[in-house]
Design a protein around this ligand. Sequence first.
Ligand SMILES: [Zn+2]
Length: 313
Amino acid sequence: MNYSAIKLTAPIKDYLWGGMRLVTDYGKKTDKEKAAESWELSTHPDGESIVSRGEFKGLTLSEYIKANGGDECIGHRAAGFDFFPILIKFIDAKDNLSIQVHPDDEYALRVEGEYGKTEMWYIVDCEEDSFLYYGVNREVSKDEFRERIENNTLLEILNKVPVKKGDVFFMPSGTIHAICSGILICEIQQNSNTTYRVYDYDRRGADGKPRELHIEKAIDVSRLTPSQISETANSDTLASCKYFTVKKVVCENTAEFTVDSDCFRSLTVTDGCGKLELNGDITELSKGDTVFIPAQNATVKLSGDFEAIIAYV
Ligand SMILES: [Zn+2]
């Protein structure tokens, strides 16, 4: 089967810590007052990507897949999962995100009825002296963890890591983490929206009340020994695990890559602009765009000057 590349429109989430850069710099449109996240490749019921052009314009990504061969369209490696396996987002952290943790598959399927969340962050842009939190900075007992959540001293035992543009962080489920202010990332993650909030800087939500914390569940799933940070900024392959593989592609003038019938590919433009050609059909690409390429044996030709992230299973 020869499929065209499918350009997607992302739903926008207006979480309280978000900025407006996704609108001003990354071509997103919204009526909301904040554009914290854009869900670039999503079949998640909390916000599905929509086909933005061509014959299937207006369908959700899952409706498009269903109407176009289902398992064949996503490829057998992706079809081997119970749900569509990945979710890709841009996240614009104008303010700090809460300190949080995600469960693994076993816990999440049992308690929440969806997958756990292992995720990967690609730092698309950031302010000078930006940092994030990644795991604990020493061995901590569950009792100490609970005590520090209760007396607001949790930050003291977290591993604070400076970041720069182009850095990559692989975040296995169970790693306590937070994206801090001034960072814009592209996140590739398992298709899950289960987050246990541990600490929220004592902030209030839009309704004036503190946002809910999920302390007991967080204590259940958090890894309380320091973890090795796997930063892989020097290779084309940014991450590879059983849930996803992520590669960086740099197009200077022209470039190409092959796709196969084993799995779909998604391509998200993180900088620059250009064109993508597949089966004679041309798709214009600008910074912030995401394209879904159904599983098939073909060569994708790129032209222009841009950087993009390709993800698949
Ligand atoms: Zn997270």
